[in-house]
Ligand binder design. Structure first.
Ligand code: DX5
Ligand code: ZN
Length: 221
């Protein structure tokens, strides 16, 4: 049986009370903290960096932190996120001059490595580095913003990625990110994903004054 994991994207959380938001989704049953890093260069938005990752660790977060780097270049921030306590570090192949080296840096730093595929990016980037990835992340929206609609063609691509993972015989997580919600989650799982990022579906669904506000949405996933 597949070991499914829910990874709330804190991009849609209330940044003014981030520690509490993360505590609340984890208490509600979430498995992984998805941490979106945007640089206003590789993607047209600007978010949070390694200092905030470190602050979450100091706050007491022990769950895996999944740093999704939407930055170019990537290598220096890889080092910073290793030091900041990230668990997974994923980056977009178009954003690295030396994909193999960036993946190796992540592993050498003791973190789990991953490549992220935009909707228009071919999976062929995996051809020669399958033994260096611990996670494959398929974007089901174009990166940069939360709250966009799931691109249906991602389902076929998930099946292709799942086939590559089975053929490799390796233990590689298949994560999907963008527009995932309770209505399409079953189809996304059916297509082969085992790790589900959800931002607006989780954080925007809740009433801020209720301390148990995330319980029902996480339970529904
Ligand atoms: C988009 C980010 C996503 C985003 C997903 O570039 O990588 O993680 O937060 O948000 P939703 O779930 O609202 O599409
Ligand atoms: Zn993301």
């Amino acid at each position: 049986k597949t070991d499914f994991k829910i990874a709330p994207s804190i991009l849609s959380a209330d940044f003014a009370r981030l520690g509490q938001e993360v505590d609340d989704v984890l208490a509600a049953g979430a498995d992984i903290v998805h941490f979106d890093v945007m640089d206003n260069h590789y993607v047209p938005n600007l978010t949070i960096g390694p200092m905030v990752c470190e602050a979450l660790r100091k706050h007491g977060v022990t769950a895996p932190i999944d740093a999704h780097l939407m930055v170019k270049p990537v290598d220096r921030l890889i080092g910073d996120f290793i030091d900041a306590g990230a668990s997974y570090i994923t980056f977009h192949p178009e954003a690295s001059e030396h994909i193999d080296r960036s993946l190796q840096m992540i592993r050498d730093g003791g973190c789990r490595s991953g490549l992220v595929f935009n909707p228009g990016t071919p999976l062929t980037f995996l051809d020669y580095v399958m033994d260096k990835v611990d996670m494959i992340l398929l974007m089901s929206v174009n990166p940069g913003f939360g709250g966009q609609s799931f691109i249906p063609g991602t389902l076929d691509k998930l099946r292709q990625a799942r086939q590559r993972i089975e053929a490799s015989g390796r233990d590689i997580r298949l994560e999907v990110d963008g527009g995932v919600n309770v209505d399409n989650l079953a189809a996304v799982a059916q297509a082969g994903a085992d790790t589900f990022v959800a931002g607006s579906a989780i954080f925007k669904a809740a009433r801020a004054e209720d301390p148990n506000r995330y319980d029902s949405i996480i339970a529904a996933m």
